[in-house]
Design a protein around this ligand. Sequence first.
Ligand code: ATP
Ligand code: MG
Ligand code: MG
Ligand code: MG
Length: 477
Amino acid sequence: MQTHEIRRRFLNHFVAAGHTEVPSASLILNDPNLLFVNAGMVQFVPYFLGAQTPPFVRATSVQKCVRTLDIENVGITTRHNTFFQMAGNFSFGDYFKRDAIAFAWSLLTNSIEDGGYGFDPERLWATAYLDDDEAISLWKEIARLPDERIQKRGMADNYWSMGIPGPCGPCSEIYYDRGPEFGADGGPEADEDRYIEIWNLVFMQNERGQGTSKDNFEILGPLPKQNIDTGMGVERVAFLLQNVANVYETDLVRPVITKAEEVTGRTYGVDHQDDIRFRVIADHARTAAMLIVDGVNPGNDGRGYVLRRLLRRIVRSAKLLGADQPTMGALMTVVRDEMSPSYPELATNFERIENVAVGEETAFRNTLTSGSKLFENAADAVKTKGGNVIGGTEAFALHDTYGFPIDLTLEMAAEAGLTVDEDGFRSLMAEQRKRAKEDAQSRKHAHADLSVYKELVDRGPTEFTGFSELTTEANVL
Ligand code: ATP
Ligand code: MG
Ligand code: MG
Ligand code: MG
C-alpha cells in the first residue's frame, strides 16, 4: 500500500467515525520555544489545556513532524526519519479508552478490501501503564490480545504529561512484530527494531501536579473532561506494509536513494557505511524541502541552523559516496515529485526550494574546497615532522572555521595514512559546547515569562522533544 493511500485511509476511517478532518499545521508555529512541530497534538494544545474551546469534539489530522532529536538515528535504526507524518485522532472530552482502542484496532486489522491496513492481528502487541487495568482489560476484550502480548511498563515509558501542571495520563502503544529473524523474542521491551512501534494512544485522565522530571511528578485527581490524543507513524506503517527493510526504502523515500545512486555512481545495498549515507541523503533531502517550504532559511542558529546542518550532511554524504558534482537540484526534484501529491506546496514553491538548497550546497562545497587545503597543509606539516597524527587543534579549526565534520577529517586523514587526535578534538568541542550552553541558558531565562504552554519541556513517553530542542548543540554537524 502506497504512503499516500495510508494517509487517506487513516483520515477516511476517522471521518467515518464522526471526526472533523483538520489540515496539518505548519512545521513552524509562532513560538520561539518550539523548534518544530513534532506531534499531531501540538496544534490542539490550547484545547487540551482548556485555554480555548474546540469547535469540534472529535478531530483527525495527518501532521507534518520534524524531530531533530532523531537525527543521529537516521540511517542507523530502521525506523527514524527526521521528517515524518503523524496521523492522529483526538477526542476533546468525548470518547475515551474503549473507543480509542477499538478505532485503532479496527483500522490496523480490517482487511484491505474493507478500508483497513490488513495487519495480521497475531503479530500485534500492546503496551500499557502497569496500573492501567482498564486499558489492559480492553486490549483483551476488544483486540483479544493474550496476556503475553500486553507488556506492562512504568511511568518513564507509559505515562504521559506535558512536563507542567495540566492534563496527564497513561498511554498504550501498539507494536508490530517483524519476526525472529529481526531480533530477540520478548516484546517491545526486548528489541525495538524487531518490534516496531506504530501507534501511541494517550489517555488524558488526571491532573498533573508539580514534578522534577518526566517520570517523577505528582498525579492529582481526575480531570473534569477526559481527552484522547493519538499518533500513528505513517512512514512506519508504510515500511511494514510494503515489506521493505526500513522507513527509508518506502515508496516516497527510496526514489531519492535511487537518484543518489545515479549521481554518485555507487550502488545501494553493497556497503554498510555507504548505505547509511544513502539513507541520510534521502531522509534529509525530504526534511530540508519540507522546512524550506514552511519558510526556513539556512542560518547560524535555531531553525536555520538545523536546516543548514541537514543540507550540509547531504553534501558531505554525497561527497563521501564519491560525488564530485553538485547533487542537490536532482535530489530536490525527486522529493518534489514523490511528495507533492500530498503536499502540493512543494510543486508551487519549487523554485525557492531549489534556490535555497542549491545555494547552501554551493557555499558548503566551496568551504569544503578551502577546508581541504587547510587539511592538506596540516597533513604535510605532520608528515614533514615524521609524525602520523593530526592534532586536535587542527581538527577543531577545520570544524570551527570550515564546518568540517570530524568524520570527514577522519576519513581524509585515513586516506593520507594518518590518524587524528580525537581526544584533543573532543575536549575542545566540549569546551565550546559548554560555552554555547551557558549562552543559551542566559537566553532561556529571558523567555521565562512566556505563556504557559510555551514552557512545556517534555512529553513523557511520547518524547515531546520540540520544546527542549531549541538549545541543541549548535556545533555538531
Ligand atoms: P520511538 O520510540 O520509536 O522513537 P516514539 O515513542 O518517540 O517512537 P511517539 O512520540 O510515541 O514516538 O510518536 C507517535 C508515533 O509517531 C510513534 O508511535 C511512531 O509511529 C511515529 N514516530 C515517532 N518518531 C518517529 C520518527 N522519528 N520517524 C518516523 N516515525 C516516528
Ligand atoms: Mg511512543
Ligand atoms: Mg517509543
Ligand atoms: Mg522517539
